[in-house]
Design a protein around this ligand. Structure first.
Ligand SMILES: [Zn+2]
Length: 306
């Protein structure tokens, strides 16, 4: 059983959902992020948040995957002040909706003053609402940007055990763990962090506060990255307990603090009936046979991956 704690499923296909379910992924966390195309109206951002909380959760459920999300104003679009102000007004309402497990992904992109302003404002909101935080660390000036992100979390009074610092690498992991934060690793198919490098990190650091995700989105990315890393780790002699923590239990522990994600959600799942409609439409096309599965037909044993 795996959880992918960082997956932008709105840009993935139904084939991906089927493959993820077959690989043992029982739940995904979809962080609010940017779409590749900058949004020009607050309303489009609000509709996006409604989509990841509403329709995408429905769509995942039709493939037997439980779907959670994080809501936030991403760092790139924090630089559009008018949009940012509007999104900040809406965020508290979305943060309290069912299935929202954290504020995120927030943080720095180019480390501008506006990014800093809205990062801090959202950390204050997370603290006020007692929600965990998912921090996106910048790809440029990564080491310094990661340190700065943690400095600001501390300045804003957040408990590091409530904060996941994502997109770590060999250069950032020591500091992230030493300061008591959770260290997320996004496993990409070619460049950046790959499965082989991740296995080396697991050998060195073990499982404490380490979380593996795919960060799959509209770019070249791998929705099966969590399952593939688990397989390679087991083949390389990493213990099953370590693998279980970094691909499942740690995510549950940190985002479980929100009270919105619970193991029973997938151990005792609702039925799958692909004939179900959402706003008048189902996911079925072209006379396809619907998949219909009674509640409780899966159990813990059936979800163990060999
Ligand atoms: Zn992301």
């Amino acid at each position: 059983m795996f959880i992918d704690p960082h997956a932008h499923m709105i840009s993935r296909t139904t084939d991906d959902y089927e493959a993820m379910a077959a690989a043992g992924i029982v739940a995904v966390v979809e962080p609010a992020f940017w779409l590749g195309q900058p949004r020009t109206f607050v309303g489009t951002y609000v509709d996006y948040l409604s989509t990841i909380i509403g329709f995408e959760r429905f769509r995942a459920g039709q493939f037997g995957i439980r779907h959670y999300c994080t809501v936030g104003l991403n760092s790139k679009e924090a630089n559009n002040e008018e949009l940012a102000e509007g999104v900040m007004e809406w965020l508290p309402r979305f943060a309290l909706k069912e299935g929202v497990v954290a504020i995120g992904e927030i943080g720095y992109d180019e480390q501008t003053p506006l990014e800093d302003k809205y990062f801090r404002a959202q950390l204050a909101l997370a603290r006020e609402l007692q929600l965990p935080v998912m921090v996106h660390t910048p790809h440029r000036d990564k080491k310094q940007g990661t340190s700065r992100s943690m400095d600001v979390c501390e300045e804003m009074g957040l408990d590091p055990s409530w904060v996941v610092i994502d997109h770590n690498n060999e250069e950032t992991v020591d500091e992230t763990l030493d300061r008591g934060f959770w260290a997320g690793f996004s496993i990409y198919p070619s460049t950046k962090m790959g499965t082989v490098r991740m296995v080396e990190l697991l050998k060195k650091y073990g499982s404490e506060r380490i979380i593996i995700d795919s960060a799959c989105d509209w770019g070249i990315s791998e929705p099966l990255a969590v399952a593939k890393t688990a397989k390679l780790a087991l083949e390389n002699g990493i213990s099953a307990e370590t693998v279980r923590k970094v691909t499942y239990a740690n995510t549950l522990e940190v985002y479980g603090k929100s009270g919105q994600i619970n193991e029973l959600d997938w151990l005792n799942p609702p039925e799958i009936d692909q004939r179900t409609l959402y706003e008048g439409n189902s996911i079925l096309r072209g006379g396809r046979e619907p998949r219909i599965e009674a509640p409780g037909s899966r159990n813990r044993d059936s979800l163990i991956i060999e």
